[in-house]
Design a protein around this ligand. Structure first.
Ligand code: ZN
Length: 97
């Protein structure tokens, strides 16, 4: 199974404003929160979250969920991972102007 092509039906001007649409933003949000994306990709998603309410809501929920998990499991989570989560939370706030 190889779809091979990105769906580029970006007739929506909002989609044109960023290089990711909602579908890919949500899909990659989990990787974003896990820190598995490149800085460039994270920036693209962060930009998307900045103007897209639904995706930002999902991101906020995921971030909060992970913060709760990190807090409850902090006895079992290495400092490096906790710092990573803190960095991700801070990164999500970059858009605050
Ligand atoms: Zn979106």
């Amino acid at each position: 199974m190889s779809e091979g092509h990105d769906r580029m039906d970006s007739h929506d001007p909002l989609f044109g404003a960023a290089q990711v649409d909602c579908g890919s933003a949500i899909h990659q949000l989990y990787h974003y929160l896990d820190g598995e994306l490149t800085d460039e990709r994270r920036t693209q998603i962060a930009d998307h979250l900045d103007y897209c309410g639904p995706c930002a809501g999902a991101a906020g929920f995921e971030t909060e969920l992970r913060r709760v998990i990190a807090d409850r499991c902090k006895d079992h989570v290495p400092d490096s991972l906790r710092q990573k989560i803190a960095d991700l939370i801070e990164a999500e706030r970059v858009g605050d102007a």
